[in-house]
Design a protein around this ligand. Structure first.
Ligand code: FAD
Ligand code: NA
Length: 382
């Protein structure tokens, strides 16, 4: 390993961006990942029976307001013009998400103007009469009123957290977007699309330089002793694991995916259907063919994935940071330890215990490369 200038732990968007940038200035880079594939959580593969691209760690929709990040990623992939939309099933009816004027008119069964809908929601949200919300349910009611909360938020949230929303802290939600028009595009960002030839192809190109080596099925902690202290390390694994859980484990939620190939051409007519009813155990169903309508998959079969949410144990894939006050306290201690590691740079969603969208992981890697990594690498040979 001493022939490398930089070692990167994790072949997700954060690690791949770092590797690509370091290789571009002529550095020799080794990327380790304990998984058998590159791409981190954005990894996708074609389901063998149908050829349909399936995102193995949950649906990944690329979107960004940032033109620099968009241009950077466009060097490694073309994007389709996919525009994400989400629907929700509730008591045998289907509504468009996020809650918009169409949802509101359909739910209250009458046509309303934007001002009428705004006024109705404001009246319903006044239920707390100025009292400070003391749990998630009260917070949600203060934002959108009880009827919309009970229909669209309560059951879904209870399933996501496996907890009654009255027992969840109010800080989990700061806003619940309601649109007073009929626009049901899910994202507001200027740039959006899916990679034309799939997510994994992006990573193959990002890591294709001859001065980048990739070692898969390789756990950093098993090879750590062989890495000279003088070689800088970018670490994108879990920060608590790096320090042997010295301050305890950070809390995460995970998702169980139940994947099925069905003998129907089209199961639900859209990519994502949420299930708001609490008695239905899954939170949503993904149907992957709908992410790539331009591909015109020649199959009368379809791939659907049901998602079940629960809190993660150490053996599960960590997906969403829970971020209780106790988690935040622990993270601050780990962060302090990380700052004292002179030649290890922590990044990415696991390394900083933060939910990051893909564009944010790429953006923060680009920033950290400029401010910390490039200067360190340039100092190596002077
Ligand atoms: P990761 O992709 O998690 O990569 C970290 C890598 O480090 C992993 O491959 C892991 O195996 C490796 N690693 C960890 N420990 C070790 C070790 N000890 N040794 C070697 N390797 C190790 N973002 C969007 O923009 N749009 C979406 O629609 C979207 N949907 C999502 C849905 C779900 C269910 C989840 C969980 C995330 C979603 N994201 C989405 C976020 C997206 O997955 C992240 O932005 C992205 O994964 C961050 O990249 P990363 O490199 O920080 O982490
Ligand atoms: Na450091």
């Amino acid at each position: 390993v001493s022939e490398f200038d930089l070692i990167i732990v994790g072949a997700g968007f954060y690690g791949a961006t770092m590797a690509e940038r370091a290789a571009a200035i002529g550095k020799r880079v080794l990327v380790l990942d304990r998984r058998p594939h590159i791409g981190g959580n954005a990894y996708s593969e074609n389901e063998p029976e149908t050829g349909i691209e399936v995102h193995r760690y949950g649906a990944h929709l690329f979107h960004t307001p940032n033109e620099t990040i968009w241009n950077y990623l466009n060097r490694f992939t073309a994007f389709t013009n996919y525009r994400h939309r989400v629907y929700t099933s509730l008591k045998g009816q289907v509504y468009a998400m996020p809650i918009n004027l169409g949802t509101i008119c359909q739910f209250f069964r009458r046509q309303m103007t934007p001002d009428q809908a705004r006024q109705l929601v404001a009246e319903q949200a006044a239920e707390l009469a100025g009292r400070t919300p003391s749990n998630l349910e009260e917070k949600a009611i203060s934002l959108i009123g009880r009827p919309l909360y009970e229909a669209f938020i309560r059951g879904y949230t209870a399933k996501q957290w496996q907890t009654d929303p009255r027992d969840l802290p109010e800080y989990i939600i700061t806003r619940l977007p309601v649109r007073y028009n009929f626009d049901n595009r899910y994202f507001n960002d200027r740039f959006e699309g899916l990679p034309a030839d799939g997510y994994t192809a992006i990573f193959k190109r990002m890591l294709s330089a001859p001065n980048i080596s990739v070692a898969l099925k390789t756990d950093f902690f098993e090879v750590r002793k062989r890495i000279p202290k003088s070689v800088p390390v970018v670490y994108t694994g879990p920060i608590d694991r790096f320090f042997d859980f010295a301050h305890g484990e950070l809390g995460w939620r995970t998702i169980d995916f139940d994947t099925e190939v069905l003998s129907v051409g089209d199961f639900q007519g859209t990519a994502v259907m949420n299930y708001a009813d609490e008695n239905i155990p899954f939170t949503r169903i993904l149907e992957f063919r709908h992410f790539n309508p331009e591909r015109d998959y020649q199959t009368e079969k379809t791939v659907v994935v049901r998602e079940y949410s629960r809190s993660a144990t150490r053996l599960d894939e960590p997906y969403y940071p829970i971020n209780t006050p106790s988690d935040k306290g622990k993270y601050m201690k780990y962060k302090e330890m990380a700052e004292n590691e002179d030649n290890v740079f922590f990044g990415g969603r696991l390394g900083t215990y933060r939910y990051l969208d893909m564009h944010q992981a790429i953006g923060s890697a680009l920033k950290s490369f400029e401010s910390e990594i490039a200067p360190r690498l340039e100092a190596q040979h002077t």
